[in-house]
Design a protein around this ligand. Sequence first.
Ligand code: PXP
Length: 259
Amino acid sequence: MPAPVPIRLGVNVDHVATVRNARGGRHPDPVKAAELAIAAGADGITAHLREDRRHILDNDIVRLKDAITKPLNLEMAATDEIVRIARRLRPHAACIVPERRAERTTEGGLDAAGQAKHLRAVVRDLAASGIRVSLFIAPEPAQIEAAVALGAPVIEIHTGAWCEALAAGDAMAAEAEFERITRGAILAGSAGLEVHAGHGLDFLTAERISSLPEIAELNIGHFLIGESIFGGLAEVVRQMRSAMDRGRAASAVKAGGAR
Ligand code: PXP
C-alpha cells in the first residue's frame, strides 16, 4: 500500500500579535513566531488581517511575506479594503472568512451560496493576482457546491462546531458533526476541491481529523499559542532567574569595590 500523502500544518500566529498589542510594542513578534514554527515543521503560516486590526497589523503581513520561507495564507473578509490589500501584498493563499466586528473569533462559516455575486468577483480578482483562494465554510453540500460554482480551488471546513461539542462533553453531537465533516470532505474532494480544515483544533481533534485522507491541510492557532505557554514558560522563568542571579552576583563584586 502506498504511504498516505502527508497532511500540511498551517500555524496561525494571530495570538502572538494579540499579546504584543496588549502592550503596544514589538514583543512578542509574530514574524519571529512564524520563523520558529517553520523551523519546527510548520508547512505554512496563517494570519488574519481583521478589519479592526485587533491582532495582526498591515505591516505584519508585509514582514511575514518578506521573512518566511513557506507559504503565507491570509485570512480575510471579502471587503473592498482587505481585497485591495491582499492584491497589493500577494500572499500565496487567501482564505475568505465571514467577519463580524463584535465576534471574539470567526464564529460561523461563510455563506458562499447566499453571497455568490459578491464572492464570485472577489475570487476572480484575487485569483487574477496569483492568489490561491479558499472559502471557509460549514461542511454543507449547498456551500460546497457554491464554492465549486464560484471557481474557488480550495475550501476550508469549519471544525468549530465539532470541537465545541467535544469540549461541552456532548459526544453524540460531536460524532454527528464529525460525520458531517467527513461527508463534506468526501463531497468536496470528489468535486475536485482541495480540502482544508480548521478552528478550535487541539492535539486530539487534529489527530482524529488527520485520518480523513481528503483533508490536505489544517490551520491551527489558538491552541498552539496557548499551549506554548506551558511548553515554554518553565524555560523562560529559568532564564529570568539566571539573569537576575547574574545581576545580583555582579552587585556583590561591585560591593567589594567602589559602587
Ligand atoms: N481557520 C480559519 C479560517 C480561521 O478563521 C481560524 C481562526 O482565526 C483558524 C483556522 C484557526 O482557529 P484556531 O485559532 O481556533 O485554531
